[in-house]
Design a protein around this ligand. Sequence first.
Ligand code: DGJ
Length: 743
Amino acid sequence: MNIQFLSKERLFKIDTIHCSYVMAIADKEGFLGHVYYGPGIHDDDISYFTRVSEYPFSPEKLARERCAFLDTFMHEAPGNQNGDFRESSIVITDEENHEEVSLFYKEHKIYAGKPALKGLPATFSSDKKSGTNDCMTLEITMNDPILELDVIYVYSIFADSDAIMKSVRVINRGSKKLILNKIMSVTFDMPDKDYQMLTLHGSWARERRMEYRTIGHGKQSVGSICGKSSAAEHPFIGITSPNITQTEGEIYGFHFVYSGNFLAQVEKNQQDHLRVAVGIHPENFSFVLNPSDEFIAPEVVMVYSASGLRSMTHILHDLYRTHLIRSPFKDCKRPVLINNWEATYFDFNTDKLLSIAKEAKNAGIEMLVMDDGWFGKRNDDNTSLGDWFVNEEKLPGGLSYLSEKLDEMGMKFGIWFEPEMVCKESELYRNHPGWMIHIPGREPAPSRNQYVLDMSNPAVVDYVYEMVADILRNAKISYVKWDMNRSLTDLGSTYLSRESQGELTHRYMLGVYELQERLITEFPELLLENCSSGGARFDPGMLYYSPQIWCSDDTDAIERLAIQEGTALLFPLSTMGAHVSDCPNHVLGRTVPFATRGHVALAGTFGYELDVTKITKKEYDLIPKQIAQYHKYNELIVSGDYYRVASYRENHLFDFYGVVSKEKDKALYTYVQVLNRPNYKSRMLQIPGLDVNTKYQVRIVDWETGNEIPTFVLHGDTLKNAGITLEAAKGDFVSCLIEITKA
Ligand code: DGJ
């Protein structure tokens, strides 16, 4: 790890374990140029890559063609309206309503440590003592002298990671008011090599599907303007070699540590250069910067891999486990839970919950989670959001009675909230109609018959926090599922001033982050799981507050293969909420063997979401075996390296993935035969990740009984290059675990 300023060459050079990122102060005027990002290189003088003197129209040589220069230069700090017609990184409106921004180098500093981003999630040092020994930061201050504006680009690296983190601070240094209409956290230019674009798209119950597309001339992007990172697109963009595989090809990955509106874009210009732009979506965004005000734009994690997708995945998993997730649970086995949502929906009472808990406990389940429907008058999804007091008709004796009964049983207790929302049919709405996001005079659009509370208003944040905290203070609650089931529309706030209305969606996110920060500070032992209609706010921002996020409302094990594949491309398995649920599956109507449902859920936090009193004896008897597997393998799953080998999404037949311990002494692979194939006796499976010179015992864990069948003793190189054969099983949707231990 090193960050240097090569003063003679006027180069900034950031070196991670295997990568270099180089920028240059170009020309006398001090444009900041993007020079290089890729495999690590020596500290040579590559300032020629700014190509300032090469351009026929360089400003020094030919001042009259300044526009042409600015429109072709490889920028790190592009402005607006100054002749560069590619995506701007910043738009400011001044008091005269002009919008040009031109940024020139002013100063820089390099220091040990990494600054926190006030109110925002961000990666942090794992050096508990000083916070400075394992990371370095470069701050480059760019300045627009006419606007009297500083834009500070902040780059940080960790000694144990190949990722580079970048955030931006915008400061009004002048005496006049400025309006910030757009600020991208990353915008830089790079040469194209026929790259493709990789994104994760989806929908409700179909989140984070990997999708490649050709990068054509012009702009192509993904984004969200619905107030959350969303199920439709994910705040990630990968720029990849054509036909990238797990082990071959280049990828530049950009992952936004933010949970609200985002834009992730690549633009190919007339010179075939690419401009990457990632940040808060400029639509419906503006921020007032009075003199001395500062705006902090959220962090982007940048990862380069020259050896395929897998190494990007490993870099991100390790980074998030070490430098983003703060929860004390992050490296721990989480209690095996049973959630009553798919078991009962709104139709439950204390007796019903206790009967589920009793059977669950007998099977080895450790925690009951009471989902939606326990508060106010909520017997369906039309009322009561905002009324966070218990419905004594359903739960006589309240939460203290229920939690005590569970405690006597030896079961932990978890509870569901949707703190950001309000229903018109609620006491909260009747008392504070102005607290809902709306535009006076317009009827706001309901969604699931609910509305969004104005979290930009500190009074709302305080009120909601106290209601939620009061429940947690008065009952023994180990876990909270924090749900968020609609998008933001009708963007008006009665709290914000007229000129600050454009701040609403960002301030909303800051309010939500503050709420969760307060919660985990007052209740440090609490296991928090985020959720948003399934996985519509599964992003790195939320991981800063909760170590796990509900991955999808689609609990069908086959559909989950693709959802979990896309999610695990970026996120550690320890973060993916995954449950065994009932069949026929409530979303798809598909029936998958109970064993397969268990195997697929093992690749996540693992739990149950069904009425355990109603399933067959055969299924019930499998639960203790599945839980035994969970206890046996979870430490490996939480801490190991993830290997995606084959994808049902691509081959339409089977899925194959695994986890190998960091020490390479054990591994667990999961094979799912999605569709059987006629006249196909066995499948050859190569098993990567192990030490090539070590001998391993390979056991197939029988998919029905859970018994382990010793099968092969082979070296790691044989497993990787030759592989094993696995007999085809009868039927579709069948699966098995392959356990590998040092012989
Ligand atoms: C959406 C979540 O994803 C579900 O798991 C469940 O909690 C419902 N909301 C409850 O309304």
